[in-house]
Design a protein around this ligand. Sequence first.
Ligand code: SAM
Length: 184
Amino acid sequence: MEILNRAELQQNIIPAIAEAMRPKIYVELGIRTCETFNRVAPFCGRAIGVDRNNCAHCITVHNGEFHHMSTKDFALEWREPIDLLFIDADHHFEAAMWDFETFAQHVVLHGVICVHDTFLGNAASYESTLDSYRVAEAIRTREDLAHFEAVTIPVPPGLTIVRKNLGQQLRAEVANDLRDKGLA
Ligand SMILES: C[S@@+](CC[C@H](N)C(=O)[O-])C[C@H]1O[C@@H](n2cnc3c(N)ncnc32)[C@H](O)[C@@H]1O
């Protein structure tokens, strides 16, 4: 695979994940110029883009659906399962964490969530107040998020790839259920 742009790893990695997974539903929060969106969508059943700015004109794929609104407003109306989610809207920690916690609830078991801007590299030269990199830290360390496993590609600005798994408690419940049924 030819790497198109090292600073924009998401434009290479997320389409590759989609090509392998063939998600029924892909949701991208923050699509701006649709660079990533238009590359991922061909591998998906439906591709849903959300942005508070009007990006409808840059969608070039037949299966693209655009929601011109904030992620908070989109959360009020979205009820369907998500197979592949890309979080790339507001890059302040509180906002990006809210997007993660809210939309991860819709993600199916073994569904994948990508979070952009999660690796600082040389922190000393980082002058921005945007701190979405802390989302990756939270996913890895918070006990209530133990049913997510995450790896961050260490190339600034960084992309974290997260898989939703059963989690310890659910795994125990499934094991008990199988035992009760005499299957384990
Ligand atoms: C970094 S750009 C997205 C780039 C795109 N994902 C890509 O890979 O090409 C961030 C976008 O998020 C949008 N955005 C920021 N905060 C938002 C919010 N709270 N709700 C919806 N969209 C938001 C901005 O308008 C901008 O277009």
